[in-house]
Design a binder for this molecule. Structure first.
Ligand code: FNR
Length: 182
């Protein structure tokens, strides 16, 4: 069977390293996996007053997650946490209460930053949120990546130095999703 993954990138930056990383991970994925890149840049700021009449981009995001067998978060670290745009998207798709799009969906968490600890603290914060949202989240292997010279090749693809490690990570996430398939 086919596995569809909702891909959520925590950076809106045009030249985002995390977008490039996400594209690279998609290239490494097994053939029975497809990925849908979820747009989060057009979501309004979350306001609980709107829970009863969610905006079209919110409904779209919830639909995309609902149609998926897993969610892959690829995010930078902002001020030792996850970016506000990502938290905004998560808050939207978790509501209204009892109608979260996330419940039970197997998650993967990965990210790249220019800092030496490679989004480690952002990932820990995100894991806390995903635990509350009842998402079984891949624990191992962990991947803390630093955007150093050569991480991405001239073609923008993941460089040779990290290919093998990230192949292992993608394979582990794919198996995680398979093992949680209904
Ligand atoms: C950062 N950056 C950063 N890096 C890090 O390792 N830890 C951090 O806490 C922060 N904090 C932070 C806050 C804000 C507001 C910005 C804009 C940046 C640097 C960050 O790693 C770098 O900008 C990356 O390039 C962001 O990821 P994308 O946009 O390339 O995917």
């Amino acid at each position: 069977s086919q596995f569809r993954i909702a891909l959520i990138v925590g950076s809106l930056r045009r030249e985002s390293f995390n977008k490039k990383l996400a594209d690279g991970l998609v290239r490494l994925a097994p053939r029975d996996f497809t990925f849908h890149h979820c747009e989060i840049g057009d979501l309004p700021l979350y306001n609980q007053d709107d829970d009863g009449h969610q905006a079209a981009p919110v409904k779209r995001l919830k639909h995309e997650i609902g149609e998926s067998q897993g969610v892959l978060f690829v995010t930078p670290e902002y001020n030792r946490s996850i970016p506000g745009v990502l938290k905004n998207a998560i808050d939207h798709a978790s509501r209204p209460y009892g109608q979260s799009a996330f419940a039970g969906k197997p998650a993967g968490v990965i990210g790249i930053s220019v800092g030496a600890i490679g989004t480690a603290i952002a990932q820990q914060h995100l894991r806390n949120v995903l635990a509350y949202l009842d998402m079984p989240t891949l624990g191992q292997p962990e991947a803390f990546l630093q955007a150093k010279e050569g991480f991405f090749g001239a073609d923008g693809h993941i460089g040779e130095g990290s290919q093998k490690f990230l192949q292992g990570w993608v394979d582990a996430y794919a198996n995680w999703v398979r093992s949680h398939a209904g």
